[in-house]
Design a protein around this ligand. Structure first.
Ligand code: SF4
Length: 332
């Protein structure tokens, strides 16, 4: 049952759907939200499990979506997660299904999620030093994250990827240490340039640790050569470490944007389509769902939402405006 695809006016087709299941989180990373947290979405605004699954079904069956990644906030806080994963992986064609998580509680749920059909996990972890972890996340939970990573690997949710952000003066001296730690445990590490998506609007281009600086730091201890596999629309540039087989990825979202190959579209926990991480407008699908629109009408609205997607994020433009919603409400 195909109606078409999610094509924008630049010819890019979105096949990778990021679904935020909640805007809540149990960490308070300084680059994401203030210590006291945020005003969370009212419960009635958040899509129900049935509503989320219906939108995913429309995206997969009618709009050509091939990959579904659950995000947050922290998606493990969503009570119905395993059931949503199960119903997603029962769709045909079966989408590749993953989550981006901080791994708190994953030691208890990894097996259930794998049995529900989850394919992979990406875990956010910026340091393996307890004091620095506490400084960044404002919580003393490093051991839980490490246990969650191990459980994910044991449950077969691999390759387990670790996403790290380097912050100047906080953990920017720890890139080689983190890479060694990940390689010893067979986790695939990717460094991500910090993007202006924090609720406090504290990001600055000058303070951001750039991909170039990350390479420089890694090259003090490792030999890096571009990996052979083609990058395609994947955001990470991959490098073989010391001749391989281990690799490290660098996602230079700010200094070397990959928007020209973008294949992503986002759905917020309250049912808004965002055609770009940095979109300033959203398209309301929850309203359509709740006012009785049929699948074809929702698909049509979703396709229309893609037509205003801009060519890129424009972070370097003088006219750049940070989105009004923070990362925790958009989904990473
Ligand atoms: S910034 Fe927007 S257009 Fe660029 S890769 Fe991210 S989602 Fe795609």
């Amino acid at each position: 049952m195909t109606t078409g695809d999610l094509r924008d006016t630049f010819g890019r087709v979105a096949t990778d759907l990021r679904v935020s299941l909640t805007d809540r989180c149990n960490l308070r990373c300084s680059y994401c939200m203030p210590a006291e947290g945020l005003d969370w979405l009212p419960t009635d605004d958040v899509l129900t499990d049935d509503e989320v699954v219906r939108l995913i079904r429309i995206a997969v069956e009618m709009l050509g979506v091939r990959e579904v990644r659950f995000t947050g906030g922290e998606p493990l806080l969503r009570r119905g997660l395993a059931d949503i994963v199960r119903r997603t992986t029962q769709l045909r064609p079966r989408p590749e299904t993953s989550i981006t998580t901080n791994a708190l509680g994953l030691s208890r749920t990894a097996r259930t999620l794998a049995e529900a059909g989850l394919d992979r996990v990406n875990v956010s972890l910026d340091t393996v030093r307890r004091d620095v972890f506490h400084t960044i996340t404002r919580r003393d939970r490093l051991d839980d994250v490490i246990a969650g990573l191990e459980a994910a690997r044991e449950a077969g949710l691999g390759p387990v990827k670790v996403n790290a952000v380097l912050l100047r003066g906080v953990n920017d001296d720890q890139a080689p240490e983190l890479l060694r730690w990940c390689m010893e445990r067979e986790y695939q590490l990717r460094f991500i340039e910090q993007m202006p998506l924090d609720a406090q609007h504290g990001w600055s281009r000058a303070a951001m640790v750039t991909a170039e600086e990350i390479f420089e730091s890694l090259r003090t201890e490792f030999l890096l050569e571009p990996a052979e596999e083609p990058r395609g629309s994947a955001p990470a540039e991959l490098f073989a470490v010391d001749g391989g087989p281990h690799t490290v990825g660098v996602i230079a979202s700010v200094t070397r944007p990959f928007c020209g190959d973008c294949d992503r579209v986002r759905l917020t926990a309250d049912g808004q389509v965002r055609n770009c991480l940095f979109a300033r407008e959203e398209s309301d699908l929850r309203g359509a769902l709740r006012s009785g629109a049929d699948d074809a009408e929702i698909a049509r609205r979703w396709q229309a939402a893609m037509l205003t997607k801009r060519p890129g994020h424009g972070i370097d433009d003088t006219s750049f405006l940070q989105p009004t919603r923070p990362m925790s409400a958009i989904g990473g």
